[in-house]
Design a protein around this ligand. Structure first.
Ligand SMILES: Nc1ncnc2c1ncn2[C@@H]1O[C@H](COP(=O)(O)OP(=O)(O)OP(=O)(O)O)[C@@H](O)[C@H]1O
Length: 260
């Protein structure tokens, strides 16, 4: 995709091979993805097609075997903040310290970190749980902590790997709406991996559909539904058409990857 502004994060010709067992595993092949600043990109694809690997490469946690990755603001102390599906919170510290963790890592002083963390704790509706420990909270509340922490770091780029994937269906719907509201207010650059087609359409400015392993970009779909978006959108025929189009793109690859 060509954009007027330079991309906030981009991969060009990225391939990744893992040499863990006897056989090499081709996780990604020639993936190029330019993500515009302030946009929300969702990545969907069959299980094991390399979505998490791509995210980790974009965020610098993993090196590509070939190809290049660029983060626009590489001088930022935390160039990208991650949100993972589970285990994203530290069980041994309370909500406030969990949210403040990223800020602590980037050297923000205690007073400012507490202030910024409190603000984000309030924005995700956990003010009365500031002193609680993760085991005292529900799964949805724990994911709110992880999301608040990522936003609180001030990092311009958020990389989310199935952030709502471990939640029950109703909590997930609520959290989708909350996440979309936070993002609409903040306009960070987000790349989010999800297995949920509806979730991808509801949240994303575009949906990148990947093929079965080795993961390649099969199609890059613009989602032009107006914002703010709510669940009501899912009831429209246009939404249904897009959902069907994405499922058509995925179906054979999902079948193929299930047989791997
Ligand atoms: N560190 C590693 N060492 C060896 N193989 C790996 C490693 N990380 C990932 N893989 C392999 O690379 C492939 C892609 O994995 P990845 O986790 O990126 O897929 P995914 O699309 O995120 O999967 P899922 O949707 O099931 O989470 C898989 O076959 C996986 O087993």
């Amino acid at each position: 995709m060509t954009t007027a502004t330079s991309p906030a994060v981009g991969a060009t010709g990225v391939s990744k091979v893992f040499f863990a067992g006897k056989e090499p595993v081709w996780a990604l092949e020639d993936v190029s993805l330019q993500v515009e600043e302030g946009s929300f990109t969702c990545v969907v694809g069959p299980s094991g097609c390399g979505k998490s690997t791509l995210l980790r490469i974009l965020g610098g946690l993993e090196k590509p075997t070939s190809g290049t990755v660029a983060l626009q603001d590489s001088s930022h102390k935390i160039p990208a903040a991650f949100v993972f599906q589970e285990h994203g919170v530290f069980p041994w510290v309370n909500v406030l310290d969990n949210v403040a963790f990223g800020l602590r890592m980037s050297g923000v002083r205690r007073n400012e970190r507490t202030e910024r963390s409190r603000e984000w704790i309030a924005r995700v509706g956990l003010s009365s749980f500031e002193k609680s420990y993760p085991h005292e909270l529900s799964g949805g509340m724990r994911q709110r902590i992880a999301i608040a922490r990522a936003f609180a770091t001030g990092s311009p780029v958020l990389l989310m790997d199935e952030p709502l994937g471990a939640l029950d269906a109703q909590t997930r719907l609520l959290m989708q709406e909350e996440l979309v509201k936070l993002w609409e207010a903040e306009r960070k650059t987000v790349v989010m991996v999800t297995h949920g087609i509806e979730e991808a359409i509801l949240l994303g400015d575009r949906v990148v559909v990947m093929s079965a392993r080795p993961g390649r970009i099969k199609e890059d779909i613009q989602v032009d539904f107006p914002r703010p978006r709510t669940m009501e959108l899912e009831r429209t025929p246009e939404f249904g058409e897009m959902r069907y189009r994405i499922w058509e793109l995925l179906r054979d690859d999902v079948r193929a990857s299930a047989a791997m």
